[in-house]
Write a protein that binds this ligand. Sequence first.
Ligand SMILES: N[C@@H](CCC(=O)N[C@@H](CS)C(=O)NCC(=O)O)C(=O)O
Length: 204
Amino acid sequence: MAKLTLYHATPSRSAVTRWMLEEIDEPYDIHLLSLTNGDNRKPDYLTVNPMGKVPALRHGDVVIAESAAICTYLADEFPKANLNIPVGNPQRGVYLKWLFFGPSCIEPAMMDRAFPRKEEARRAALGYGDFDTVMDVVAKAVAKGPYLMGEQFTAADVVIGSGLRFGMMFKLLPERPEFVSYVEHLTKRPASQRADAKDKELGA
Ligand SMILES: N[C@@H](CCC(=O)N[C@@H](CS)C(=O)NCC(=O)O)C(=O)O
């Protein structure tokens, strides 16, 4: 089987993909980069991800960047883990919506709030609309539980759950009761706990 290597830094958004790798329960290697030392901007790594960002994942000859894309890829590539909604299942549309909602709505809404613009942008011009609507839509989706897709835990929970978890941890997102209980439930998963423990060890 083709080897999996995660280009990783801790703490960083790469934690999302480490959790996903633990969920699929396949062997993988870690290529650790120090963001503090600027390893992510060195020529060697720019050939892996010209954006100079972590994470990136190498699987055999293919290299994938962008945490949500990596989670989507792994879920489809390793269907035995039952973390995807396959092509042909009508629910895949909703599943993909949530996978894209993380990087295209939650993340920019959160970062625009953390680093406000000098001039207010028109709501219609922003892909996410406005912060409060994004929060309301996510709160409603996670309130039903236990997972975004109902009874099935999927890669979408890894992406959205991580976004909410780290957003609240860094005080960039409100600690809404729906977010808190959803994240608490997700972080009890053995794969999430393994990923945290391994990253803690790396960071020590
Ligand atoms: N959209 C990217 C964002 C990745 C990202 O911003 N990673 C940060 C770490 S949290 C990084 O590599 N920062 C180093 C830098 O930009 O110099 C993803 O979700 O994978």
